[in-house]
Design a binder for this molecule. Structure first.
Ligand SMILES: *Cc1c(COP(=O)(O)O)cnc(C)c1O
Length: 397
């Protein structure tokens, strides 16, 4: 009999990491600035920039650190207002607060993407920057966003933490805005435990970010691309010390070759399960926008026409079949429900985003799953919804 897949286990780190990790352990060379050049962190920056199609990259401790440094590198002043989607992870408004700025939340629709009308209305003269969080890799209308932001004269930061491998009109997500930020935390496509990287084509921005990440004295000379801008900013910026270490970089470097497979399999798995779930009248996997090609490691779907009690019963019925379903807005203290971001103080309600969160389900689908795992998952979810809604189905029939 088939059993439920464990969707939280990670993939093993490729063997190619071992020689480099052994070398680092035997020499103790863990700090990115100890070696004169070509440290694993510097090599990661070169390789990642090339892979993603950006001029410059800076590897740091987390995506949150990358977002924080992006806002600092853009020289956003204390109190600057940063427009973000109301559907994101609590770390995103937290990074805005950490940078001394004020998050302004925009409505997100039932397809998990920014409501462009609401976005345009909120992008008034009081907004200083836009931070687009591609939550679970779902990509909002980047053409519309870039156009509106350009017209408003404000920079766009991309939170691509969970979007490695996603493209928009064939271009990598994270390279559309002035700066893009990625995560190497264990639940993302590349797993270093923790870590992040920011990419940009802007030489002034990268120089400022490098120095503020903790390139004290002349350590910026050990970065892969040398620019006059580094000397310009020497001694003029605070050092926030949020660097990546060589061990983490070695783990990421060994996984870059895995990215195309994880993207391909993740997309195929998602689309297969989506096709099966969409056969139920009670389940809806929203379609992507046309220019978007996503690299999912999870699936999101909406429960259609269910009451709160039925939503709870569905999650319980799936859990009995050992498929954990998180309904974003119904689980206690969920970090992706904006009303739990008490650190922001009083916020206006966002009824559309709230309604979506109360019916949107989240199920992990890592790229290493087999077809049998996918069928187990889809069967369990379809059986759970049939069990809960069978009375209604009979009433309709
Ligand atoms: C994981 C995640 C983050 C935070 O990344 P860290 O590297 O853990 O700081 C931010 N935004 C989104 C959309 C994420 O999925």
């Amino acid at each position: 009999m088939s059993s439920a897949p464990n969707t939280y286990d990670a993939e093993p780190i490729p063997d190619t990491a071992r020689a480099e990790v052994d070398r680092l352990l035997s020499t103790g060379d863990l700090f990115r600035y100890t070696a004169k050049d070509a440290s694993p962190v510097a090599r990661l920056e070169t390789a990642f920039a090339e892979m993603i199609g950006a001029k410059y990259a800076l590897a740091v401790a987390s995506c949150s650190a990358a977002l924080f440094l992006s806002m600092k590198a853009l020289d956003l002043k204390p109190g600057a207002r940063v427009l973000i989607p109301a559907f994101t992870f609590a770390a995103v408004p937290s990074a805005v607060v950490h940078a001394g700025c004020v998050p302004v939340l925009a409505e997100v629709g039932p397809n998990y993407r920014l409501d462009m009308e609401d976005f345009a209305a909120r992008l008034d003269g009081t907004i200083d920057a836009v931070l687009i969080s591609h939550m679970r890799g779902h990509t909002s209308d980047m053409d519309g966003i870039m156009e509106l932001a350009a017209a408003a004269g404000v920079p766009v930061i991309e939170d691509a933490a969970h979007s490695l491998g996603t493209t928009w009109n064939g271009r990598n997500i994270g390279t559309l805005g002035r700066v893009g930020c990625f995560s190497f935390q264990s639940y993302k496509l590349v797993n270093a435990g923790e870590g992040g990287i920011l990419v940009t084509d802007d030489p002034d921005l990268i120089a400022r970010a490098v120095i503020m990440s903790g390139a004290y004295e002349h350590n910026w000379k050990k970065h892969p691309v040398l620019l006059d801008h580094f000397a310009t900013w020497q001694n003029r910026l605070p050092l926030y010390n949020t660097r990546l270490n060589n061990l983490s970089a070695a783990l990421v470097l060994a996984q870059l070759a895995e990215v195309p497979r994880r993207v391909r399999d993740g997309r195929a798995h998602h689309d297969y399960v989506a096709g099966r779930l969409n056969t139920s009248p009670w389940l809806d996997v929203p379609a992507p926008l046309a220019p978007e090609s996503r690299a999912p490691d999870s699936i999101q779907f909406n429960l259609i026409g269910l009451s709160d009690d039925e939503v709870t019963a569905f999650a319980a019925a799936a859990a009995r079949r050992e498929v954990p379903v998180q309904v974003f807005g119904m689980s206690t203290d969920n970090a992706r429900a904006f009303w739990n971001w008490g650190f922001l103080g009083d916020q206006p309600d966002l009824p559309q985003t709230r309604a979506m969160l109360m019916r949107a389900c989240d199920v992990r689908l890592p790229a290493r799953l087999t077809r049998a795992d996918l069928d187990y998952t889809a069967d369990a979810l379809l059986a759970a919804i049939a069990e809960v809604m069978s009375e209604k189905t009979q009433a309709v029939a």
